[in-house]
Each structure stands twice: as structure tokens, then as C-alpha cells.
Design a protein around this ligand. Structure first.
Ligand SMILES: [Zn+2]
Length: 277
């Protein structure tokens, strides 16, 4: 695993790096850590390191990628908004047929390519040569593919037809809630509303942004995300920093806030720096 302090030094150093130095950075990064993940010809990942296990599960919820050569044109980051230890369950659920909900309607089927747990394997549920169903809700913005990557365009196609989806396991936004007779605790959605308790997060896993608070991703998730980005960039060479930085909140801002400002404003930029992007 990458020493997390590596990222901190790296981020400070890399602020002014641009242009020719990017390639050098990437090569340095590889030399320092060796190759951890490889994206194979068929779009399935393989681990070259004993420190990372790739666990494959084939979701049927996929679609054609409308890109040249079925090469993904970008990455959309999500959070699961579930407790730690739930990633395996999320992966299992997208293998199964849609459930019928209590009101008799069918669950909205969704899927994703990669699941990054707080600890444990990197889950891959679809080849990156296929699209999955992670950012195509009825209110989601649409895209066209230009020479410089995906661009927002009302007349375009779903993000699912161009970009892959990566889920980060975390509770999401948390609030300090004092239930009757109990000490206050950091709680996820629905924040104790109508007596419904959300997942509880230890104080040392909470990060503040402005007046709001969020469950932090683990160092393990940050490492997996870094290896994943490096493997994707090494494979096809078409992804720039912008293409690697889409979030569900950017695509469906009326309905979605994931993966939250800590990831979007701090952790992802540091990962892209560390990956030499
Ligand atoms: Zn999402």
C-alpha cells in the first residue's frame, strides 16, 4: 500500500507541475510503487501486487459504450451512502434482478464498474469496455463526446454511454444528532428524522467542509482509486484530468450530492497529482 504521507508531500510538490513534467511524474510514480493494477485488453483489471486483490463479479446491467473503440471517455465518482462493510452487499445486489418494492413498483436498476471498500478487495462488476447504469437518472445532464473529452450538452447522450462509474464506500454526509437519553453521535441519512436512526460514524472518521460534515474515505480507498486511475490512463491514454474528475453531483445536481466535497475538492485532486495527471 502507498504510505498516505506520500500523497501529502506529493500534493504540495505537484501544485505547479504541468506539461512535460506530467509524464515524468507518472513514470516516477510507477518506478516507486511498481505496477499494481493492469487494465487488460478485455477491459477487466488484473492485480500485479499481493497487496491488492481484484474480485470480479459480472453484472448484467450493462450497455454499449458509445465511444471510439469502446474506450471509456471519463470517470464518474459516487459514494454508496452506506456503512463501512457494505460494499460486498452493494456488488451482490447489482447481480440480481430488480426487486419489487413495498408499493408494488420495481426498484430502479442501477450498476457500476468498480466498488472501492473501506478495506478489502477492489470489486469490478463490469468490463470498462461496457457502460453501466450509474448516472442516467431522468434528471441527469447529458453529454457529447468532443476531442477534449465529454462535454455537457442537452441534446447529447447519457453519461452511462460514455463514462465508467466508481462507487466509494462511505456513509456520506453526517450530522451530530442527540437522540433522547443518549449522547450526541455523528449520524448519516436520514439523520434520526421521524425516529429513524442513520448509520453512526466515529468522530475520528468525520471531516468538516464549511458548516457541513462528511464521513471520510479510508487510506485504502484512496490507494485503490490511485491505482485504478493509473491503470486506466496507462491503458488508453485518452483521459485527462477533467475527464477523470466527473461526479454524480455535477451530472444530477438536483438529486445527488455524491461523492461529497471532501473527495471532490481535496482527495481526488491529490490522487490525480499522485498519479501524475
Ligand atoms: Zn451516485
Amino acid at each position: 500500500m502507498i504510505n498516505p504521507f506520500f500523497f501529502i508531500n506529493r500534493t504540495v510538490e505537484s501544485h505547479l507541475d504541468h506539461g512535460d513534467e506530467d509524464q515524468v511524474d507518472r513514470l516516477e510514480q510507477q518506478a516507486e510503487h511498481g505496477t499494481v493494477l493492469v487494465c487488460q485488453d478485455d477491459g477487466w483489471f488484473r492485480s500485479e501486487s499481493p497487496s491488492v486483490v481484484v474480485e470480479r463479479s459480472n453484472s448484467k446491467r450493462t450497455q454499449t459504450l458509445a465511444t471510439p473503440g469502446q474506450v471509456p471517455a471519463g470517470v464518474v465518482w459516487h459514494w454508496t451512502a452506506t456503512n463501512r462493510g457494505t460494499m460486498a452487499g452493494c456488488v451482490r445486489r447489482i447481480q440480481e434482478p430488480a426487486r419489487v418494492l413495498k408499493d408494488g413498483t420495481k426498484e430502479r436498476e442501477s450498476s457500476f464498474h468498480f466498488g472501492l471498500p473501506a478495506t478489502g478487495p477492489l470489486y469490478q462488476a463490469a468490463s470498462v469496455r461496457r457502460g453501466t447504469w450509474h448516472a442516467g437518472g431522468p434528471t441527469a445532464k447529458r453529454f457529447i463526446l468532443t476531442r477534449t473529452g465529454p462535454q455537457l450538452a442537452p441534446s447529447g447522450v447519457s453519461a452511462n454511454a460514455l463514462m465508467i462509474g466508481v462507487e466509494l464506500e462511505c456513509v456520506g454526509e453526517v450530522r451530530l444528532i442527540a437522540a433522547a437519553g443518549k449522547p450526541a453521535a455523528w449520524m448519516g441519512w436520514p439523520f434520526g428524522k421521524d425516529g429513524v436512526t442513520g448509520p453512526i460514524v466515529p468522530e475520528n472518521q468525520v471531516a468538516r467542509e464549511g458548516s457541513r460534515h462528511f464521513h471520510k474515505m479510508t487510506d485504502h480507498e484512496i490507494s485503490l482509486a490511485t491505482y485504478l486511475v493509473i491503470a486506466l490512463v496507462e491503458r488508453d491514454g485518452n483521459l485527462d484530468r477533467r475527464a477523470l474528475s466527473w461526479t454524480h453531483a455535477m451530472i444530477d445536481p438536483g438529486r445527488k450530492t455524491d461523492p461529497g466535497p471532501i473527495w471532490t475538492n481535496y482527495e481526488l485532486p491529490a490522487i490525480l497529482d499522485a498519479a501524475g495527471m
